[in-house]
Design a protein around this ligand. Sequence first.
Ligand SMILES: [Ca+2]
Ligand SMILES: [Ca+2]
Ligand SMILES: [Ca+2]
Length: 223
Amino acid sequence: MKTMHACAALAATFALGSTVLGTVIQSESFENYSVGTGAFEDADTTSHWLSNYGDHTVVGDNWTVWFEDTGGSGFSDGDYFGVTNYTGGGIGAYTDGIQGYQMGDTDGLVIMTFEAVAGATGVSLDLFVRSTGWEDTDLIYITFGDSVLIDTTGQDIDNDFAELEANWTSLSATGSGALEIWFASNSSSESIAIDNIQWTGVPAPGALALLGLAGLASRRRRH
Ligand SMILES: [Ca+2]
Ligand SMILES: [Ca+2]
Ligand SMILES: [Ca+2]
């Protein structure tokens, strides 16, 4: 099953036109989390680590989210942020499954960090950017170790990254280390969505052993 999953994932990557960086060794598609009811609220507008609230999934086992206070209202005004199945705002559909991760109206800087994956030498993800009146104070900045997937610092997303708007775009980079997604906006219409994150490379020995066991188990089942 693991091998088939990897093949299916590669096929999907081909279909999206991104660079195939190698074998998929870990993925995050945000399918197996609670999507939350209504808006996500967090009264704390100071810099702090976000945590899950009620049925809203904001952080996961291998990713954290830091909120950096820049003088705005943060999530105290109630915002659509975290794992979601919302398909409005032009999203239409997620690129893998029926859920993704949405960020909008953060009224501050948010830094989502995925832990380094052992053996990963590349990463790819799909990014949706809503079409609206972005300003140069808004930010989309995604890095994988030392590699930069996108950096809109000081630029107006409407004008300088217009090709991203109202589209799902596959971004990828080689490298290693943590995957970081930085985002800042100050309007509910200024939102992005992330889906189908895939780490590619050489499976760590432990993962290889698990793959071997899975193979052995499937062979046993056939007898
Ligand atoms: Ca998904
Ligand atoms: Ca807000
Ligand atoms: Ca703005």
